[in-house]
Ligand binder design. Structure first.
Ligand code: SAM
Ligand code: SF4
Length: 326
């Protein structure tokens, strides 16, 4: 699959739900959003059908995300369906880890190769403020990460959205953890969308985070974990883990973009922050074929995103990243 600018597209991020068991301040409003009605959601069979048709067109990698994907019933069943599709050689999952003690082994057995886990603080007392759920959820998150390690997931990437005055004083603490544990911690810039503009003054650029990382003694530039995507990494000599930054806002990666996104209600979005989206659910339910709609989406994939700090006007109408999976 190639888009109108010749970029090869072989990666699909699939949101399986827009709901979540946390309310991270930068992501979802405390009262939640208008959830997608159940009949409008793609079934697991429909998702697998879409992936099967795209695999025939050249798709090779998928990532399952949300909302929180593990709150959707029996997610390992979807993974099994996707694992059986020829041509799909990489299945990964983004999760807040809370339900991993229950599902880590089943996900591994079903075919999830790699996990990205969100963790914005190492301090239990801060969790309630950032995730707006009781601190015991922090304990469950840590148990979830331990369960992922015990199930043999490697690498484990930890995504940390850095916000001034919330958690930006924890950069060195996260780096210290990577000396002993095989975590690949990626500090991510806060991205502005409709419901988080009140956090604009919390934005801290990846360059600033990089300066803090580079001030930590002994850290050396490193290639980072396999499947590292758009990130820059550093490692303590001999350490099992790394730290790095992802800079969607200050430096974008659009030139090398190889991805598309599928929302839980079957819209194919070719850019996280573009307003261009093509419905796949209608054609799938009407005629069974989505090929023409995928071609149409590829032809309209924008050259780059135009997101700007402090404004949601170029966010493609997004209220929260939980609506498309981040
Ligand atoms: N619930 C899962 C999780 O938290 O990993 C998957 C969905 S979440 C929307 C995917 C990623 O998007 C998480 O790493 C989260 O931190 C990130 N994210 C959400 N809103 C964001 C924002 N406004 N700016 C930067 N990253 C954001
Ligand atoms: Fe939920 Fe993930 Fe958004 Fe946090 S970042 S509210 S865990 S979807």
């Amino acid at each position: 699959m190639r888009d109108q600018f010749g970029r090869q597209i072989r990666y699909l991020r699939i949101s399986v739900t827009d709901r979540c068991n946390l309310r991270c301040t930068y992501c979802m409003p405390e009262e939640g959003l208008d959830w997608i009605p159940k009949p409008e959601m793609l079934s697991y069979e429909e998702i697998a059908d879409i992936v099967r048709q795209m695999a025939a067109m050249g798709l090779g990698r998928v990532r399952i995300t949300g909302g929180e994907p593990l709150i959707r019933r029996d997610l390992p069943r979807l993974i099994e369906l996707l694992s059986a599709i020829g041509g799909i050689d990489d299945i990964s999952l983004s999760t807040n880890a809370i339900l991993l003690p229950r599902f880590a082994d089943a996900l591994k057995d079903a075919g999830v190769g790699r996990l990205n886990i969100s963790l914005d603080t190492l301090r239990r007392d801060r969790f309630e403020e950032i995730a707006r759920r009781p601190a015991r959820r922090f304990d469950e998150t840590m148990e979830g990460i331990a369960a992922a390690e015990a199930a043999g997931f490697d690498p484990i990437k930890i995504n940390c959205v850095v916000m001034r005055g919330f958690n930006d004083d924890e950069v060195a603490d996260f780096a210290a953890v990577t000396r002993d544990r095989p975590w690949h911690v990626r500090f991510i810039e806060l991205m502005p969308v409709g419901r988080n503009l009140h956090l604009t003054d919390r934005f801290i650029s990846a360059d600033e985070v990089l300066r803090r990382i580079e001030a930590i003694e002994d850290l050396k530039p490193d290639a980072g974990p396999l499947g590292n995507g758009p990130a820059q990494y550093y490692r303590h000599p001999g350490a099992p883990g790394t730290v790095g930054v992802i800079t969607p806002l200050s430096h974008n990666y659009c030139e090398r973009c190889n991805r598309m996104r599928l929302t839980a209600d079957g819209k194919l979005r070719t850019c996280l922050f573009g307003d261009h989206e093509v419905d796949l659910r209608g054609p799938l339910r009407d005629s069974g074929s989505i090929e023409a709609s995928v071609e149409q989406a590829l032809a309209g994939k924008p050259k780059r995103h135009y997101l700007q700090l402090g404004s949601a006007s170029n966010s493609g109408g997004l209220l929260a990243l939980s609506q498309v999976g981040g």
